[in-house]
Design a protein around this ligand. Structure first.
Ligand SMILES: [Zn+2]
Length: 145
């Protein structure tokens, strides 16, 4: 699990990322900040679309940005979410984002940080919020999980 100081920093970054959320339809703004094993932080925000389904979550935006820059090992992600212009609500990642985390994260160690402010962060291991997760290990090992 990540340390309190790191959690705070990531939540601050997620709050900054949330400012760029493009949410003209849901008006629910989300920011995320992903910490890589190399020590870099990638920000992401949710990006909606008039056709609805092409929308992308903040968590996946951050992960895809990192992957596209050559990063493959991730330690933690903070999520800051809530109504546009309003207070943060502790909001868990959607199932699709959990599955994308499963692809790149250490199932036992990756940490999801959810908070209503940098002073109010709670951490959850991926393993807890995605029980019996299906991931790359199934492609290379039998009955690994
Ligand atoms: Zn999502």
């Amino acid at each position: 699990m990540t340390e309190e100081k790191t959690n705070r920093r990531l939540m601050e970054e997620a709050i900054e990322a949330r400012k760029n959320a493009y949410v003209p339809y849901s008006h629910f703004a989300v920011g995320a900040a992903l910490l890589t094993a190399s020590g870099k932080i990638y920000r992401g925000c949710n990006i909606e679309n008039a056709a609805y389904t092409p929308a992308n979550c903040a968590e996946r935006t951050a992960i895809f940005k990192a992957v596209s820059e050559g990063e493959r090992e991730f330690l933690a992600i903070a999520v800051a979410a809530g109504p546009e212009g309003g207070e943060l609500i502790r909001t868990a990642p959607c199932g699709v984002c959990r599955q994308v985390m499963m692809e790149f994260a250490d199932y036992d160690a990756f940490t999801i940080i959810l908070g209503t402010s940098p002073d109010d962060c709670r951490t959850y291991p991926l393993k807890k919020i995605l029980p019996m997760g299906f991931g790359p290990a199934y492609k290379t090992e039998k009955e690994e999980n």
